[in-house]
Write a protein that binds this ligand. Structure first.
Ligand SMILES: [Zn+2]
Length: 441
C-alpha cells in the first residue's frame, strides 16, 4: 500500500510552522533516538510502531495512515501527549523518520527507472547494430576483373547470401542508383531485390564505394543524380566499368593476395590471383655480335595496365603489381624494338654497359647468363697510390673491375660494365678535399 506524507503534514500536525517541536523532533530523528519496530497493514490502513529512547523519556510512538494512505492519527506514551493530545517531539521525530523513508524509496525507484532507461537504450542500439550487420545483409556483390580490348575494368554479379545462384548486374548505373534510392531491381526470374545502403558488409561497402567512384568517370552520372532519374533509360547500359588509373590501384589494394573471378577478353571463366610481392617472369636475352650487342626476345606482356601509382601485368593467372618504371622500361624497349630485337652498335657499348644494363639488371629483365663475360656485373675495386714530391702530394686512383683496370677520369669508352656513378662520386670527393687533376697520367 502506498502512503503519502509531506513536510507540510508535519507542520500541520504541530499546528505551527515555527514551533520548537519541529527542530526538536527533527533532532530526535537525526540523532537516531527513534527506531522503527514494526509496520502493520490491514484493510483499515497502516500502523507504524516506533520506539523512542531519550534521556528523559523511553516509550512507544504510533503513526497511523488510513486506507487511502493519508496520515490519520498518532499516539505517544509520553506525558505531554497524554495531556495535550497533540503531536509531541517524539511524534515529529517519527514523522520525519517516515518522510525520510519515503524519500529514499522514491529515490530508489527513480534510480531504478533511470538505470532501466539507460539499459533499454543500449539494448536498442546494440540490437539495431546487429540487425544492420546481420539481418539486413542479404545479398553478396562479387567483382569480375574484366579485360576488354586490352583495357582493365570490372563487372559485378549479385545474389542472395544463402544462394549459389548469382546474377549479372546488367547495368551498374541502375544498380548504384537503386542503392541510393532504395529501388528494386529484377535480376532474374527468381530474384529481385529492394536495395539499401545497409545491404553491405564493411568490405562490400568498400567495393561499392569504389565502383561508385569509378562511375563518376562517366560524365552523365552526376547529371542523373542531380537532375532527373527518369532519363535513366536514355543512357547506355553499363555492364562493365573501365577503371581509371586510380581506380585500378584502389581495386588492386582491395583484393590484393586474393583470387577473384575474371573475364579476359572472350574467356569468361578465368581466375586471377592478385600478387604484389613478386615480379613477372620476363627476361630479355643479350648476345655479342660482330656489329655490337643484340638484345632479343623483347615482347610486351599480353596484358599490361598502367595505374596511377603502379602498373599491372597478367601472367599465368596472376595479376602482378609492378613499379611504373618497370612497365615503362618494357614499353620503351618494345617501341624501339623491330621484330623483338634491338642491335646496339659497337660504338655505344660503353653507354649500354654503364646506363642501360644496370637498369635492366635492377628489375631482373636481362638473362644474365646470355650476357658476354665483359658485360656481367663486376665489383668495383678502388685503389689509391700516394706519393710526395717537392712538398706536394700526388695520388693515383685506380679502379678495377675483375681483370680490367682503369685510371680514374679515363673517359675512353670501354667495353665492360663500369659503375660510372660510383666512380664519379669518388673522384668528386677527391677533388673536393683539394686535389686537382694533373696533366700527366
Ligand atoms: Zn511524545
Amino acid at each position: 500500500m502506498k502512503i503519502y506524507l509531506e513536510a507540510n503534514d508535519i507542520y500541520h500536525a504541530v499546528g505551527n510552522y515555527y514551533s520548537e517541536k519541529i527542530n526538536e523532533g527533527h533532532k530526535i530523528f537525526a540523532n537516531e533516538q527513534i527506531s522503527l519496530i514494526s509496520i502493520n497493514e490491514n484493510n483499515e490502513g497502516l500502523l507504524f510502531e516506533f520506539k523512542a529512547e531519550l534521556q528523559d523519556f523511553v516509550g512507544n510512538v504510533f503513526i497511523r495512515f488510513d486506507e487511502s494512505g493519508m496520515l490519520e492519527g498518532y499516539k505517544c506514551d509520553c506525558r505531554q501527549f497524554s495531556i495535550k493530545r497533540c503531536a509531541c517531539n517524539h511524534i515529529v521525530g517519527a514523522l520525519y523518520f517516515i518522510l525520510h523513508m519515503l524519500q529514499q524509496q522514491a529515490d530508489k525507484a527513480r534510480r531504478e527507472k533511470e538505470i532501466n532507461n539507460l539499459l533499454t537504450s543500449f539494448e536498442k542500439d546494440a540490437l539495431a547494430e546487429i540487425k544492420s550487420e546481420i539481418q539486413n545483409i542479404q545479398i553478396v556483390l562479387t567483382p569480375y576483373f574484366c579485360v576488354i580490348e586490352e583495357l582493365a575494368g570490372v563487372s559485378l554479379t549479385i545474389g542472395r547470401i544463402d544462394s549459389k545462384k548469382h546474377y549479372v548486374v546488367k547495368n551498374i548505373r541502375d544498380f548504384i542508383l537503386a542503392v541510393h534510392s532504395n529501388g528494386t531491381i529484377n535480376y532474374g526470374k527468381n530474384f529481385s531485390h529492394t536495395h539499401s545502403k545497409s545491404d553491405f558488409s564493411e568490405n562490400q561497402k568498400k567495393l561499392f564505394e569504389l565502383i561508385e567512384k569509378e562511375m563518376e568517370n562517366y560524365s552523365d552520372y552526376h547529371n542523373i543524380l542531380n537532375y532527373n532519374f527518369t532519363y535513366l533509360r536514355n543512357f547506355p547500359v553499363l555492364k562493365e566499368l573501365i577503371f581509371s588509373k586510380n581506380g585500378l590501384d584502389d581495386f588492386f589494394d582491395l583484393f590484393c593476395n586474393k583470387t577473384i573471378n575474371a573475364k579476359i577478353e572472350q574467356n569468361n571463366k578465368a581466375e586471377l590471383t592478385l600478387v604484389s610481392e613478386e615480379m613477372p617472369d620476363i627476361k630479355f636475352k643479350a648476345k655479342k655480335t660482330s656489329d655490337g650487342i643484340l638484345i632479343s626476345e623483347i615482347k610486351k606482356p599480353d596484358y599490361m595496365f598502367m595505374g596511377f601509382r603502379w602498373a599491372y601485368i597478367i601472367q599465368n593467372n596472376r595479376l602482378i603489381r609492378v613499379p611504373l618504371e618497370y612497365a615503362n622500361l618494357i614499353l620503351k624497349l618494345y617501341e624501339t624494338a623491330k621484330s623483338g630485337e634491338i642491335l646496339f652498335p659497337e660504338a655505344d657499348l660503353g653507354r649500354i654497359a654503364t646506363f642501360f644494363l644496370p637498369k635492366l639488371r635492377q628489375y631482373g629483365l636481362i638473362d644474365e647468363i646470355s650476357l658476354p663475360e665483359q658485360f656481367r656485373e663486376n665489383e668495383l675495386e678502388k685503389t689509391i697510390y700516394a706519393d710526395s714530391h717537392d712538398g706536394a702530394i700526388f695520388i693515383k686512383l685506380i679502379f678495377k673491375y675483375g681483370q680490367n683496370e682503369i685510371i680514374a677520369l679515363d673517359k675512353t669508352p670501354l667495353n665492360f660494365v663500369r659503375n660510372i656513378i660510383e666512380e664519379y662520386r669518388i673522384t668528386s670527393f677527391i677533388k673536393q678535399i683539394g686535389f686537382f687533376e694533373s696533366e700527366e697520367k
